[in-house]
Design a protein around this ligand. Structure first.
Ligand code: DX5
Ligand code: ZN
Length: 223
């Protein structure tokens, strides 16, 4: 059984001391940095773009997992790749030519991720699941950190796990929003591979220990 990954979401970091926050993650057991790009159009919030990600790339000693919450993401994929993205995730809801966009991401050398809003059925990815490296299931409505985990995500993870296993695909399941020590085990047992955690890590009294604790959960109960 492969170990799950933990990706702290930088959105919840203290931006007045970003270099220290990056150092903390570099020295922790975290696997990736999760970076949320928001455009004020797809979601009602604006964060940062490729220019800032390029600077973050210089501070990061771990791969960058870039979550694009923007309309027309296909216009900027190469630029995000050049800025240092390892995974590029686009939203299903804004990609009329999703398969083409996935190919575009893979062609520039990144892993291709597709994010689904809480209301989007996981079955919409059934026919192209083998071409997707990661599915990001939103467990909150995208746009803000610190929101409450939507509990219906748990059966959605099981459904997606089943869909991936049936297709014999290697696609990773990432859960994003409201993830913390209180629900990580349930999420992993439902079949998730990557835990994104923003507030629960950066607002914790000991962020590094929280990352270690998130890493320590068992994915499956041994039989
Ligand atoms: C929400 C973002 C998340 C967010 C998670 O739109 O995609 O990555 O940073 O933050 P928490 O863990 O605080 O819910
Ligand atoms: Zn995110």
């Amino acid at each position: 059984m492969k170990k799950h990954l933990v990706a702290p979401s930088v959105l919840a970091a203290d931006f007045t001391r970003l270099a220290d926050e990056f150092d903390m993650v570099n020295q922790s057991q975290a696997d990736w940095f999760h970076l949320d790009v928001m455009d004020g159009r797809f979601v009602p919030n604006i964060t940062f773009g490729m220019f800032v990600i390029e600077a973050m790339h210089q501070m990061a000693e771990k791969p960058l997992d870039v979550h694009l919450m923007i309309v027309e993401p296909e216009k900027y994929i190469e630029e995000f790749r050049k800025a240092g993205a390892h995974v590029i995730t686009v939203h299903y809801e804004v990609c009329p030519h999703l398969h083409r966009t996935i190919q575009q991401i893979r062609e520039c050398g990144a892993l291709a991720g597709v994010a689904l809003n809480p209301h989007t059925p996981v079955e919409v990815l059934e026919d192209i699941i083998e071409d997707i490296d990661l599915v990001c299931l939103m467990s909150v409505n995208p746009g803000f950190g610190g929101q409450k985990f939507i509990y219906q995500t748990i059966p959605r993870i099981r459904k997606l796990r089943n869909l991936i296993d049936t297709a014999n695909a290697q696609t990773l399941i990432e859960i994003d929003g409201g993830v913390g020590l209180q629900n990580a085990e349930t999420i992993l047992q439902a079949g998730a591979d990557v835990l994104v955690a923003g507030s629960s890590v950066f607002k914790a009294p000991d962020p590094r220990a929280t990352i270690a604790a998130l890493k320590a959960f068992k994915a499956v109960v041994e039989i």
